[in-house]
Design a protein around this ligand. Structure first.
Ligand SMILES: [Zn+2]
Length: 439
């Protein structure tokens, strides 16, 4: 360990302690009473300065992310990438973690291969951020707009630079919505070329996000939008009046129900591809006590909580395949949908593991392979006590990275290499731990 490294560490630790102490003192001093004494104008000024300090801390995030990339931390700690590493270790949503990594790429200080410092990709915006004059949301709007313009035919580096300067100079006066409007206006002026690039842009931006709170967001391509309309509009039409009177659902509610009907139809068809019936079925796990009582919640393999009452009603149509777990997380019983032995085993693994069982991995079961805990060549059996689900990445990589898989009390554990944990204590995925908890 070099002297330079040690003194760098000392300096960092010293600053960090001073920062923690100062911010604690600020929080302690800023009681409600002390702040009310400031009066409205001084109070807003105070809030603005706190916000500026918060804004400029983003620069520290960029530096940390840059250093994580330089040291290949994701590889060493067997995370898929830095985004997943941040999400897992800092308990961020995946979206927040991704935004931080993207911001670091656009606004963080870069270094050459030889270690020489290099200006950020968006130097003017980065400078404003360092001064605390750009919020994370404003920064994102600007670098996303510039990224969209970058590489379009006819856009010169000087155009991008000018657009960056104009947008960044408006962060003191424009909120995110107006800034986004200004960005669109600048884009339209620099790139007035009709719809063709915009269609390409729409293809590039395509995304659908299903959030755990039930919100659905995203950008559909023209093709998907047209096909969704073709499928859903007829299903979403108001029902003819029946004995209950006219259809009282809102337009939004009808569209929701149309989407649900479309999903049910897809699930009913049970395509004979892949795992056939299993893939066409929502596998849920349910605790024996809840099933007996007909109350509580079952959990689908995607983590959606389904009321047991709904599950029992739907089970007859085989849209849900309930797997009953005892209080140790051991599969007691599977619903009727499983026909083949391999399907049954897969379903039992899905019920027990719920996805890749490697600690911290969030890959769902559909994308997992069946991993033999005792490798085939060493005489492993295809009993589920010797199997676990692992995503392709962890299935291929864990051994090279010094991890070992083992079963303890019928549950799949992973033993870390000594450089991650000197005691090499086996780890059980928190998802399985939660399934397995006693209440
Ligand atoms: Zn995995």
């Amino acid at each position: 360990m070099s002297v330079a490294y040690l003194s760098g560490l000392d300096a960092l630790t010293g600053c960090q302690h001073a920062f923690t102490d100062a911010s604690r003192e600020l929080v302690a001093t800023s009681t409600r009473g002390a702040l009310s004494g400031l009066g409205p104008v001084a109070l807003i000024q105070f809030a603005r300065e706190v916000e500026q300090a918060r804004n400029s801390l983003a620069v520290l995030d960029h530096a940390i992310i840059g250093a994580l990339e330089d040291t290949r931390a994701a590889d060493v700690l067997t995370a898929r990438n830095v985004t997943n590493l941040l999400a897992d270790t800092l308990h961020l949503t995946h979206t927040d973690a991704r935004h931080r990594v993207e911001a670091a790429a656009a606004l963080g200080q870069r270094v050459t291969l030889g270690g020489q410092p290099l200006a950020p990709v968006r130097p003017y915006l980065a400078e404003r951020q360092r001064a605390g004059r750009v919020t994370a949301a404003q920064a994102r709007i600007i670098y996303k707009a510039l990224h969209r313009l970058d590489g379009r035919p006819g856009i010169r580096p000087a155009d991008l630079e000018e657009a960056e300067t104009i947008l960044a100079s408006h962060t003191d006066t424009l909120g995110p919505k107006d800034l986004d409007g200004l960005a669109s206006e600048i884009s339209d002026r620099l790139d007035p070329d009709g719809d063709e690039p915009r269609d390409a842009e729409r293809r590039r931006q395509r995304a659908v996000h299903l959030h755990d709170n039930g919100t659905i967001t995203g950008h559909a391509t023209a093709e998907l939008l047209a096909k969704l309309r073709a499928v859903l509009d007829p299903l979403a039409a108001p029902r003819a009046a029946d004995v209950d009177g006219r259809d009282k659902r809102t337009g939004g509610q009808r569209m929701h129900d149309a989407l649900l009907d479309a999903c049910n139809r897809l699930l009913d068809t049970n395509p004979a591809t892949g795992r056939g019936g299993i893939r066409g079925t929502v596998i849920t796990t349910i605790r024996l006590e809840d099933l007996m009582a007909g109350c509580g919640y079952a959990t689908s393999t995607h983590g959606v909580r389904v009321p047991v009452r709904d599950l029992l009603a739907e089970a007859a149509h085989l849209k849900f395949l309930p797997a009953v777990l005892d209080s140790n997380g051991v599969v007691l019983h599977l619903g009727h949908a499983a026909r083949l032995a391999s399907d049954r085993q897969f379903a039992a693994l899905v019920a027990r593991d719920g996805g890749c069982s490697f600690p911290g991995c969030d890959v769902p079961p559909e994308w997992c392979q069946v991993h033999h805990v005792i490798a085939w060549r060493d005489g492993g059996a295809t009993d589920i006590d010797g199997l676990t689900l692992a995503c392709g990445y962890h299935h291929r990589e864990f051994e090279n990275r010094g991890w070992k898989s083992l079963m303890i009390n019928g549950l799949p554990h992973w033993r870390p290499p000594v450089w991650i944990d000197a005691t090499r204590t086996p780890i059980l995925h928190h998802r399985i731990t939660l399934n397995n908890r006693h209440e």
